[in-house]
Design a protein around this ligand. Structure first.
Ligand SMILES: [Zn+2]
Length: 228
Protein backbone atom coordinates (compact mmCIF):
# COMPACT_ATOMS: atom_id res chain seq x y z
CA UNK A 1 0.00 0.00 0.00
CA UNK A 2 1.44 3.33 -1.04
CA UNK A 3 0.52 6.18 1.21
CA UNK A 4 2.93 8.80 -0.01
CA UNK A 5 0.25 11.08 -1.24
CA UNK A 6 -2.05 10.81 1.69
CA UNK A 7 -1.03 14.24 2.87
CA UNK A 8 -2.47 15.51 -0.28
CA UNK A 9 -0.11 16.81 -2.94
CA UNK A 10 -2.78 15.85 -5.38
CA UNK A 11 -6.35 15.48 -4.20
CA UNK A 12 -7.12 12.78 -6.73
CA UNK A 13 -4.18 10.66 -5.63
CA UNK A 14 -4.69 11.21 -1.95
CA UNK A 15 -8.17 9.92 -2.19
CA UNK A 16 -7.20 6.96 -4.33
CA UNK A 17 -4.41 6.04 -1.98
CA UNK A 18 -6.83 6.02 0.89
CA UNK A 19 -8.93 3.34 -0.77
CA UNK A 20 -6.94 0.35 0.61
CA UNK A 21 -8.12 1.16 4.13
CA UNK A 22 -11.56 0.16 2.99
CA UNK A 23 -10.40 -3.38 2.22
CA UNK A 24 -10.21 -4.19 5.88
CA UNK A 25 -13.73 -3.06 6.51
CA UNK A 26 -16.91 -4.05 4.77
CA UNK A 27 -20.16 -2.20 5.22
CA UNK A 28 -23.21 -4.36 5.71
CA UNK A 29 -23.89 -4.86 2.01
CA UNK A 30 -20.35 -5.95 1.36
CA UNK A 31 -18.53 -3.03 -0.15
CA UNK A 32 -16.13 -0.57 1.33
CA UNK A 33 -15.81 3.15 1.57
CA UNK A 34 -13.62 5.86 0.20
CA UNK A 35 -11.83 8.43 2.30
CA UNK A 36 -11.26 11.99 1.22
CA UNK A 37 -8.88 13.81 3.52
CA UNK A 38 -9.21 17.50 3.79
CA UNK A 39 -6.18 19.64 3.25
CA UNK A 40 -8.01 22.51 4.86
CA UNK A 41 -8.37 22.64 8.60
CA UNK A 42 -11.34 20.34 8.77
CA UNK A 43 -11.87 19.22 12.34
CA UNK A 44 -14.92 17.09 11.90
CA UNK A 45 -15.54 13.85 10.09
CA UNK A 46 -18.60 13.36 7.92
CA UNK A 47 -20.19 10.72 5.78
CA UNK A 48 -21.77 10.94 2.40
CA UNK A 49 -23.64 8.27 0.44
CA UNK A 50 -23.46 8.82 -3.30
CA UNK A 51 -26.30 8.06 -5.69
CA UNK A 52 -24.63 4.77 -6.67
CA UNK A 53 -24.48 3.75 -2.99
CA UNK A 54 -20.75 4.48 -2.59
CA UNK A 55 -19.79 5.72 0.85
CA UNK A 56 -17.41 8.65 1.04
CA UNK A 57 -15.83 9.75 4.31
CA UNK A 58 -14.64 13.33 4.58
CA UNK A 59 -12.00 13.29 7.27
CA UNK A 60 -9.44 15.63 8.78
CA UNK A 61 -6.05 15.27 7.15
CA UNK A 62 -4.33 13.47 10.01
CA UNK A 63 -7.13 11.44 11.48
CA UNK A 64 -5.89 7.86 12.05
CA UNK A 65 -7.39 5.16 9.81
CA UNK A 66 -8.61 3.25 12.87
CA UNK A 67 -10.78 6.14 13.98
CA UNK A 68 -12.24 6.51 10.51
CA UNK A 69 -13.00 2.81 10.36
CA UNK A 70 -14.63 2.95 13.77
CA UNK A 71 -16.74 5.95 12.72
CA UNK A 72 -17.99 4.19 9.57
CA UNK A 73 -18.73 1.08 11.60
CA UNK A 74 -20.79 3.03 14.11
CA UNK A 75 -22.74 4.63 11.30
CA UNK A 76 -23.50 1.35 9.51
CA UNK A 77 -27.23 1.49 10.23
CA UNK A 78 -27.46 5.05 8.94
CA UNK A 79 -25.54 4.01 5.80
CA UNK A 80 -27.87 1.07 5.17
CA UNK A 81 -30.97 3.24 5.69
CA UNK A 82 -29.63 6.02 3.49
CA UNK A 83 -28.84 3.55 0.70
CA UNK A 84 -32.39 2.23 0.82
CA UNK A 85 -33.75 5.79 0.78
CA UNK A 86 -31.69 6.64 -2.31
CA UNK A 87 -32.67 3.42 -4.10
CA UNK A 88 -36.35 4.03 -3.25
CA UNK A 89 -36.20 7.55 -4.66
CA UNK A 90 -34.53 6.30 -7.85
CA UNK A 91 -37.16 3.60 -8.30
CA UNK A 92 -39.97 6.14 -7.99
CA UNK A 93 -38.29 8.58 -10.39
CA UNK A 94 -37.77 5.81 -12.94
CA UNK A 95 -41.40 4.72 -12.74
CA UNK A 96 -42.72 8.25 -12.95
CA UNK A 97 -41.21 8.45 -16.42
CA UNK A 98 -42.71 5.12 -17.49
CA UNK A 99 -46.31 6.16 -18.24
CA UNK A 100 -45.07 9.11 -20.22
CA UNK A 101 -42.61 7.02 -22.21
CA UNK A 102 -45.27 4.47 -22.98
CA UNK A 103 -47.48 7.05 -24.60
CA UNK A 104 -44.45 8.28 -26.53
CA UNK A 105 -43.79 4.72 -27.62
CA UNK A 106 -40.45 4.55 -25.89
CA UNK A 107 -41.19 2.79 -22.63
CA UNK A 108 -38.23 1.30 -20.82
CA UNK A 109 -39.36 -2.30 -20.96
CA UNK A 110 -37.48 -4.83 -18.90
CA UNK A 111 -35.45 -7.35 -20.87
CA UNK A 112 -35.91 -11.07 -20.10
CA UNK A 113 -32.53 -10.93 -18.33
CA UNK A 114 -33.65 -8.00 -16.18
CA UNK A 115 -36.84 -9.86 -15.30
CA UNK A 116 -34.77 -12.88 -14.31
CA UNK A 117 -32.63 -10.62 -12.18
CA UNK A 118 -35.73 -9.18 -10.48
CA UNK A 119 -36.99 -12.68 -9.85
CA UNK A 120 -33.69 -13.68 -8.23
CA UNK A 121 -33.67 -10.49 -6.17
CA UNK A 122 -37.22 -11.13 -4.98
CA UNK A 123 -36.34 -14.74 -4.07
CA UNK A 124 -33.43 -13.40 -2.03
CA UNK A 125 -35.11 -10.40 -0.34
CA UNK A 126 -38.77 -11.30 0.23
CA UNK A 127 -38.33 -14.46 2.37
CA UNK A 128 -36.22 -12.35 4.73
CA UNK A 129 -38.97 -9.75 5.04
CA UNK A 130 -41.56 -12.48 5.65
CA UNK A 131 -39.37 -14.03 8.36
CA UNK A 132 -38.97 -10.60 9.94
CA UNK A 133 -42.69 -9.72 10.03
CA UNK A 134 -44.26 -13.14 10.76
CA UNK A 135 -43.42 -13.02 14.51
CA UNK A 136 -44.67 -9.42 14.67
CA UNK A 137 -48.01 -10.54 13.22
CA UNK A 138 -47.74 -13.66 15.37
CA UNK A 139 -48.27 -16.24 12.63
CA UNK A 140 -46.51 -19.08 10.86
CA UNK A 141 -46.43 -19.59 7.11
CA UNK A 142 -45.75 -22.27 4.53
CA UNK A 143 -44.02 -22.08 1.18
CA UNK A 144 -43.06 -18.76 -0.41
CA UNK A 145 -43.43 -18.55 -4.19
CA UNK A 146 -42.28 -15.70 -6.39
CA UNK A 147 -44.08 -15.07 -9.67
CA UNK A 148 -44.16 -12.41 -12.29
CA UNK A 149 -47.82 -11.74 -12.89
CA UNK A 150 -50.24 -8.99 -13.73
CA UNK A 151 -53.13 -9.97 -11.51
CA UNK A 152 -51.81 -9.50 -7.99
CA UNK A 153 -48.96 -8.28 -5.83
CA UNK A 154 -49.28 -11.03 -3.31
CA UNK A 155 -51.58 -13.75 -2.05
CA UNK A 156 -51.96 -16.14 0.82
CA UNK A 157 -53.54 -19.60 0.58
CA UNK A 158 -55.64 -21.28 3.24
CA UNK A 159 -52.64 -23.48 4.04
CA UNK A 160 -50.47 -20.42 4.60
CA UNK A 161 -48.48 -20.59 1.39
CA UNK A 162 -47.48 -17.11 0.28
CA UNK A 163 -47.09 -15.82 -3.23
CA UNK A 164 -45.40 -12.54 -4.19
CA UNK A 165 -44.99 -10.70 -7.44
CA UNK A 166 -41.35 -10.23 -8.47
CA UNK A 167 -42.21 -6.77 -9.86
CA UNK A 168 -42.42 -5.59 -6.26
CA UNK A 169 -38.64 -5.35 -6.38
CA UNK A 170 -39.09 -2.26 -8.56
CA UNK A 171 -40.99 -0.61 -5.72
CA UNK A 172 -39.60 1.10 -2.61
CA UNK A 173 -38.84 -1.08 0.40
CA UNK A 174 -41.87 0.13 2.39
CA UNK A 175 -44.16 -1.05 -0.42
CA UNK A 176 -42.59 -4.51 -0.37
CA UNK A 177 -42.99 -4.62 3.41
CA UNK A 178 -46.59 -3.48 3.27
CA UNK A 179 -47.51 -6.30 0.86
CA UNK A 180 -45.66 -8.82 3.04
CA UNK A 181 -47.57 -7.64 6.13
CA UNK A 182 -50.87 -7.65 4.23
CA UNK A 183 -50.44 -11.29 3.22
CA UNK A 184 -49.23 -12.39 6.64
CA UNK A 185 -52.29 -10.79 8.26
CA UNK A 186 -54.42 -13.06 6.09
CA UNK A 187 -53.05 -15.89 8.23
CA UNK A 188 -55.25 -14.42 10.97
CA UNK A 189 -58.14 -13.11 8.90
CA UNK A 190 -58.86 -14.64 5.52
CA UNK A 191 -60.86 -11.58 4.47
CA UNK A 192 -60.64 -7.81 4.30
CA UNK A 193 -62.74 -7.17 7.40
CA UNK A 194 -62.31 -4.34 9.84
CA UNK A 195 -60.37 -6.70 12.09
CA UNK A 196 -58.03 -7.53 9.22
CA UNK A 197 -57.21 -3.87 8.52
CA UNK A 198 -56.75 -3.16 12.22
CA UNK A 199 -54.16 -5.90 12.36
CA UNK A 200 -52.40 -4.64 9.20
CA UNK A 201 -52.14 -1.13 10.65
CA UNK A 202 -51.06 -2.35 14.05
CA UNK A 203 -48.08 -4.16 12.52
CA UNK A 204 -47.44 -1.65 9.74
CA UNK A 205 -48.72 1.83 10.69
CA UNK A 206 -47.38 3.25 7.43
CA UNK A 207 -49.57 0.95 5.36
CA UNK A 208 -51.71 3.63 3.73
CA UNK A 209 -48.76 5.60 2.39
CA UNK A 210 -47.17 2.47 0.96
CA UNK A 211 -50.44 1.31 -0.54
CA UNK A 212 -50.95 4.78 -2.03
CA UNK A 213 -47.61 4.45 -3.82
CA UNK A 214 -48.68 1.12 -5.26
CA UNK A 215 -51.99 2.57 -6.42
CA UNK A 216 -50.20 5.42 -8.13
CA UNK A 217 -47.33 3.47 -9.67
CA UNK A 218 -48.60 -0.11 -9.88
CA UNK A 219 -49.67 0.35 -13.48
CA UNK A 220 -46.16 1.52 -14.39
CA UNK A 221 -44.65 -1.57 -12.79
CA UNK A 222 -46.78 -3.73 -15.05
CA UNK A 223 -45.94 -1.62 -18.11
CA UNK A 224 -42.25 -2.13 -17.48
CA UNK A 225 -42.78 -5.91 -17.54
CA UNK A 226 -44.89 -5.54 -20.73
CA UNK A 227 -47.91 -6.81 -18.84
CA UNK A 228 -49.89 -3.72 -19.78
ZN1 LIG B 1 -55.85 -9.20 0.92
Amino acid sequence: MILTDIHGKSPALSCRDAIPTSNSFKTSNGDGYRVIRSRKRRKTISLEVKDDGQVVVHAPERMPDDLIRQFVYEKRDWIAKTRIKIADRQKTEELEKTQERKSDGEAAYLTPEELQQLYREAARVIPGRVAYYAPKVGVTYGRITIRCQKSRWGSCSAKGNLNFNCLLMLAPMNVIDSVVVHELCHRKEMNHSKRFWQEVRRVYPDYDAAHGWLKEHGESLLIRAKLR
